[in-house]
Design a protein around this ligand. Structure first.
Ligand SMILES: N[C@@H](CCC(=O)N[C@@H](CS)C(=O)NCC(=O)O)C(=O)O
Length: 205
């Protein structure tokens, strides 16, 4: 069975839980407490030299890290990845956008609030929040007249962007002025076999 090294509050790990569940792929969940430094030991380093969850491990010991690489691999040959080559490229475009222009701001500010360390980052906070809103502005404009990010159907691009957008309020981002994003969040949450970030899925290792 596949094994997912996971941290419950991580949006990056949640992306993988959500897609595994939507694809009805059984998996074992291995909780890793990042606040206790559990990714920073020799045993975990064998799974991912970069000391981060999520990591998906195959029964033969192969490991894959980076949430969006895992999504793309799992979605291969399924309806979650567009079959048209240009649409696939657009899906990856939005997934790179998520990692470079969205997650480093929205996820990081949320983590500072969640871990109680926001006070230690006062000098960086305003700039990070501004860049987070820039990402939300881009999403809002793209979603004007569209149901989903690519080819008007739900795909891994939506999963990648949904993970931290739907909990952006936990980083004190205000989504009130983003009507298109709010409607899209509802569309994602109404997909078949949707599970929330707080829902327990997978079997415990
Ligand atoms: N680009 C990576 C980011 C992964 C990441 O930042 N993981 C965090 C949790 S969200 C982590 O494991 N941090 C542990 C650490 O830095 O020690 C991905 O998309 O998977």
């Amino acid at each position: 069975m596949l094994r997912l090294y996971d941290y419950f509050e991580s949006g990056n790990a949640y992306k993988v839980r959500l897609l595994l569940h939507q694809l009805d792929i059984p998996f074992e969940l291995v909780p890793v407490d990042i606040l206790e430094g559990e990714t920073r030991n020799a045993a975990f380093e064998e799974k991912n030299l970069n000391h981060r969850v999520p990591v998906l491990e195959w029964p033969d010991g192969r490991c894959l890290a980076e949430s969006n690489a895992i999504l793309l691999h799992l979605a291969e040959g399924t309806d979650f990845l567009p079959s048209d080559p240009f649409d696939r490229a657009l899906a990856t475009q939005w997934m790179f956008f998520e990692q470079y222009s969205h997650e480093p701001y929205i996820a990081v500010v949320r983590f500072w609030h969640f871990s109680g360390t926001v006070g230690e980052h006062e000098d960086e906070l305003e700039a990070k929040v501004a860049r987070g809103y820039e990402a939300l502005d881009v999403m809002e404009r793209h979603l004007e007249g569209r149901s989903f990010f690519v080819a008007d159907r739900y795909s891994v691009a939506d999963i990648a962007l949904y993970a931290y957008t739907h909990v952006a309020h936990e980083g004190k981002f205000d989504l009130d002025r983003y009507a298109n994003i709010r409607a899209w969040l509802e569309r994602v949450a109404s997909q078949p076999r949707y599970v929330g970030i707080e829902d327990e899925v997978g079997t415990k290792a």
